[in-house]
Ligand binder design. Structure first.
Ligand SMILES: CCN(CC)CCN(C[C@]12C[C@](c3ccc(C(F)(F)F)cc3)(C1)C2)C(=O)Cn1c(SCc2ccc(F)cc2)nc(=O)c2c1C=CC2
Length: 397
């Protein structure tokens, strides 16, 4: 919550029992066949001396965000920087990885207009519970902002006598007036799925001991991750557009054992994908975002999937902004629902853990939250709160 001093700190409401830390990794397609950009959250030893993790690490993200939110660029950028510039993420930066066991791996996909750092409430909790989480930053122009590091041509480097690496920022691509949304979103969801699969392969390479060069010159010893990924326990997870990305990714890569979609936005998915997804899915929906055709598409994916709706939640109950404003601003911008955001994210995380224990065969105590996955509990509804037309007989699907 906002302190009187104006210093904003992301209220760390998670059990501090285990430290989790984060690290950024960017590789490019010149050195590796895996061009990836991701923030890695993972279990660490309880070391004290470590820096804080910047929640929004570069000012260009504020610029992109204000564009995406249709704010006046200068005003928006300064306002967002003023309010959120000092927020730190509830994870220690770059402390030693806790080797010695194999961890299940989650590949996380952000929503439209978001980017890799905005879902730390979910990612840090998963890391605390013994998962490695790779939160991918998509370069399909659906992110508010993202960047590449490019080798400068030797001429430029000499000319400016600066380092031979330069940043190339790309911003959210607005729909042009009269432009059809579907073709763009369909192309983007395919690109996003490829990026998730490349990120998976990059992490698997690192776990198999392959040398990777991190273009972000950070002093992190990636060899610590050797033999640390349980290659039979790979999960896709995502919010909204990221939920559709999970489905597209699972339909292409059978290494993913199951998927979890938070308030999935199904529009970008082609009819072809529905019969290609064999893996089990958990849909965790908000009360306010969903609509009949969207939920009906989720149902088309197969009866063995699970769906719950968390009462009193909105679309923004899943990203971190829901924790960062007071009641008035939060309600006004639909960043908060009726339910306390900490309770909502707690239900979301516990239901996810129970689903993952079941489908990954984990040996933990997450099955204590099985009732949540069945929609039993005071803040959850089994399935959806949206009135659907009577179930089409299979033949007409
Ligand atoms: C006006 C722009 N118009 C663009 C199409 C609609 C904008 N919009 C609703 C918003 C995002 C909102 C937001 C954020 C953040 C502040 C802040 F002030 F706190 F920073 C305020 C207000 C404005 C709630 C959405 O797009 C909703 N949405 C999202 S929101 C993902 C996101 C984006 C930015 C974030 F910082 C955090 C999370 N991800 C999706 O995949 C999909 C949709 C809709 C369909 C598919």
């Amino acid at each position: 919550d906002r302190r009187r001093s104006g210093e904003t700190k992301l209220v760390v409401c998670w059990s501090e029992k285990k430290k989790r830390i984060s690290q950024d990794l960017m590789t490019d397609d010149t050195v590796q066949s895996q061009a990836s950009f991701l923030r890695l959250y993972y279990p660490s030893q309880n070391t004290l001396n470590s820096e804080e993790t910047q929640w929004i690490p570069r000012k260009e993200y504020y610029c992109g965000l204000s564009e995406f939110l249709n704010m006046y660029r200068v005003v928006g950028e300064r306002l967002l920087q003023y309010y959120f510039g000092s927020v730190i993420c509830p994870a220690k930066w770059n402390t030693a990885f806790k080797p010695g066991e194999k961890y299940p791996l989650i590949i996380f996909s952000h929503g439209l207009g978001a980017f890799r750092t905005l879902y730390s409430a979910i990612c840090t909790e998963m890391a605390s519970q013994g998962f490695i989480v790779a939160s991918v930053e998509h370069r399909d122009k659906s992110a508010s902002a993202t960047y590449y590091l490019k080798e400068k041509s030797s001429w430029e480097a000499q000319e400016e006598a600066t380092s031979d690496i330069e940043e190339e920022w790309i911003y959210y691509q607005r729909l042009k007036a009269g432009e059809e949304e579907l073709p763009l979103r369909h192309k983007q969801v395919q690109e996003r799925a490829e990026e998730c699969i490349r990120a998976l392969n990059l992490i698997l390479d690192i776990s198999s001991g392959k040398q990777v060069t991190n273009l972000l010159s950070l002093n992190f010893d990636w060899t610590l991750l050797k033999d640390s990924v349980d290659t039979n326990r790979i999960v896709g997870m995502g919010h909204s557009f990221g939920g559709a990305t999970v489905i597209e990714t699972l339909s292409r890569e059978s290494k993913f054992k199951c998927g979890i979609a938070f308030d999935a936005w199904m529009l970008p998915l082609d009819d072809e994908v529905y019969h290609k997804v064999q893996q089990p899915l958990l849909f965790i929906n908000s009360e306010k975002f969903q609509w009949a055709t969207n939920v009906m598409k989720m149902r088309k994916l197969g009866k063995q999937n699970k769906m719950i709706t968390i009462k009193g939640t909105v679309h923004q109950s899943f990203p971190d902004f829901t924790f960062l404003t007071g009641q008035f601003v939060g309600k006004f911008f639909k960043l908060k629902g009726e339910i306390d955001p900490n309770i909502a994210i707690d239900i979301c995380n516990k239901a996810s853990l129970a689903f993952l224990q079941k489908h990954l065969g984990l040996k933990k105590d997450f099955d204590q939250w099985d009732p949540l996955v069945n929609g039993e509990g005071q803040n959850v509804i089994p399935g959806t709160n949206i009135n659907l037309p009577p179930d089409q007989p299979e033949s007409l699907d």
